[in-house]
Design a protein around this ligand. Structure first.
Ligand SMILES: CC(C)(COP(=O)(O)OP(=O)(O)OC[C@H]1O[C@@H](n2cnc3c(N)ncnc32)[C@H](O)[C@@H]1OP(=O)(O)O)[C@@H](O)C(=O)NCCC(=O)NCCS
Length: 162
């Protein structure tokens, strides 16, 4: 039974190893590499109006998502979000549950749409999942991500109305 709930301060020690593993793999996010837990914390644990959630099953934290306005002020009706699932637990529906949660959250919070700013085009799991959740690729910024195996690859801007 997967529970998605708001992240608490005491969840960060369980989120950080996932953050570190995903960033160190180098295939999906352009966060700085080698961050300490203290340095990474404010990059993932959102303050209102943003929000960070965790996916937990049987007391084990399997993944996390953060969400909030994509832009301040006159862009604040468009949401954005980021997702990380423990590499040892990927491919088992956690990402789908987190993505569906974010769409529901954005709708309930009164956002007009959700924009993902930088989906690595070779990230087949993410691109597939976001399409399944109703997102479309609006454009691809060429050669914007330096992938460890594929070299310079594009970053998709993906969007859906909520
Ligand atoms: C992308 C990510 C969030 C997906 O979460 P997940 O728990 O692994 O995915 P799910 O098990 O919910 O699978 C969702 C869909 O993607 C598919 N999928 C999962 N892994 C896949 C892979 N390696 N290749 C192709 N499709 C894949 C599943 O089959 C499923 O599709 P379906 O419903 O049509 O069967 C997760 O893999 C992750 O954290 N990756 C590293 C960080 C990242 O890429 N974040 C997103 C950046 S935009």
């Amino acid at each position: 039974m997967l529970e998605i709930r708001a992240a608490r301060d005491q969840d960060w020690p369980d989120i950080f190893p996932i953050f570190s593993a995903v960033v160190a793999a180098g295939r999906t996010y352009a966060y700085p590499e080698g961050l300490t837990a203290a340095q990474a914390r404010p990059l993932w644990m959102e303050e209102p109006p943003g929000r960070t959630v965790v996916a937990v099953a049987d007391g084990t934290l399997l993944g996390s998502a953060k969400m909030g306005p994509n832009r301040p002020g006159r862009g604040a009706h468009v949401a954005t979000a980021s997702f990380m699932v423990d590499p040892q637990h990927q491919g088992r529906g956690v990402g789908r549950a987190l993505g569906a949660h974010v769409v529901e959250w954005a709708r309930a919070a009164g956002y007009r749409s959700i924009q993902f700013n930088a989906v690595v085009e070779t990230n087949t799991a993410a691109v597939h999942l976001w399409r399944r959740l109703g997102f479309e690729v609006l454009a691809t910024v060429p050669e914007a991500f330096d992938h460890p195996e594929h070299g310079l690859v594009g970053l998709h801007v993906m969007h859906r109305y909520v």
